[in-house]
Design a protein around this ligand. Sequence first.
Ligand SMILES: O=P(O)(O)OC[C@H]1O[C@H](OP(=O)(O)OP(=O)(O)O)[C@H](O)[C@@H]1O
Ligand SMILES: O=c1[nH]c(=O)c2nc[nH]c2[nH]1
Ligand SMILES: [Mg+2]
Length: 168
Amino acid sequence: MAPDRLPHEKGFHVSWDQLHRDARALAWRLDGQGPDNGAWRAVVGITRGGMAPAMIVSRELDIRLVDTISVKSYNHQSQSAPVIIKMPDRDLVGDGTGVLIVDDLVDTGRTLEVVRATMPKAHVATVYAKPMGRPQVDTYITEVSQDTWIFFPWDMALQYVKPYRAGE
Ligand SMILES: O=P(O)(O)OC[C@H]1O[C@H](OP(=O)(O)OP(=O)(O)O)[C@H](O)[C@@H]1O
Ligand SMILES: O=c1[nH]c(=O)c2nc[nH]c2[nH]1
Ligand SMILES: [Mg+2]
């Protein structure tokens, strides 16, 4: 008998193509929503996962001022307290007015809590969101359940999979 469940049923696997489409959708949602006649001043990507969507958003919205904030917290799937190990240029971001902070996803919201505290007036956008972290995000595209692990294309490789009904 075939198993009731596919392997990784609670895994959400994102291809480069899917990420590109979802990050573009995020950009289009943010278009015209900035505080200066709809414009955004700068993008700050949260390293490392936020760098790919930050690049796509800044490209779509023609934002040339792009910086990063580096946060370390997860080691594989276990999290410790997030620590900021590199700040963006303070003269560029100020209190965050007109700044778009971009990350690939919010899970518990701990990373964004720490980042928000450094730029309280910034707008926070992620491509994916889990319910616990949603209050930390102003704009996101796709929500997945809390017990789903999102697998990003930079963490995966194409490989052979056995047929669903493998011969005994
Ligand atoms: O909402 P949270 O529970 O804080 O988790 C979300 C953060 O975790 C991941 O980053 P990670 O710390 O794995 O680092 P990376 O981006 O360098 O891979 C992800 O890219 C988010 O930044
Ligand atoms: O690749 C990842 N997928 C996730 O679902 C996740 N949650 C926190 N950090 C994460 N990293
Ligand atoms: Mg990250």
